[in-house]
Each structure stands twice: as C-alpha cells, then as structure tokens.
Design a protein around this ligand. Structure first.
Ligand SMILES: [Zn+2]
Length: 121
C-alpha cells in the first residue's frame, strides 16, 4: 500500500479525508479545516476552466484590462467559462469563510430590512 500526501489547495492543510467520487469517477477530498473557504475538492481537474490557478488568472487578466475573448484565447478556455468565472469571483470576494459566529442569512436579512424601515419612517 502506498500513501499519497494530499494537501488542500485552498488553505494548504494536510488534514484531508476522502469524500466520495466525482461523476466521472475521480476521487474527491474534504479539507478538515473548519475555517477553510472551500471544503471539498478533487485532486485532478478534468478541464482547465476548473483549475483554481487558471481561475485566478482569469480575474487577474480582467483587472489588467483584458477582454473576455482575449482571456479565453490566452488561457485556452471557452469565453463562456471566462464569463462564469468572473460572475462567481465577484460573489466569492464578498463571501465570508464558514465560522460559527457568522450570523445566518435570514438573521442578516432581517436586520437589513428593519434598518430600511426605520430610515423610511
Ligand atoms: Zn482547506
């Protein structure tokens, strides 16, 4: 038996357990770090558009003024993937890592609506 060291690509934590398989049969892993922003990940990605490093490059190129088709050509991914990555990266930038003291979505939303009401009244 050969043990293969697996590291979380998001927080570099080595405490990782197996977590089922992808639809295509490749092994999926779960990071045991509770504060990790991304918990489940495959070791090998099937397509380039899923690789975290490529996705980071998409955002970097957009910030440096590259267009969608420009980015797609250079990184060898489809323009549709570039748009999808950019849409998701905006959400990820505002997302907080999972912690126990983070208020739930409904609680935060209720706080916001009461603020709006008091401002109106
Ligand atoms: Zn992690």
């Amino acid at each position: 038996m050969v043990s293969v060291p697996v590291q979380c690509p998001y927080c570099q934590n080595t405490e990782v357990i197996k977590a089922g398989k992808q639809a295509n049969g490749t092994q999926r892993y779960r990071c045991q770090n509770a504060r990790c922003a991304r918990r489940i990940f495959p070791l090998q990605y099937q397509d380039r558009g899923r690789i975290p490093e490529v996705r980071r490059q998409v955002v970097d190129m957009a910030l440096n003024g590259s267009g969608v088709r420009d980015t797609a050509r250079v990184l060898r991914i489809s323009p549709t993937t570039v748009i999808a990555v950019l849409k998701k990266s905006r959400r990820a930038a505002t997302r907080q890592p999972r912690t126990s003291d983070t208020p739930s979505f409904t609680r935060r939303r209720r706080a916001r609506t009461t603020q709006a009401r008091s401002r109106a009244g």
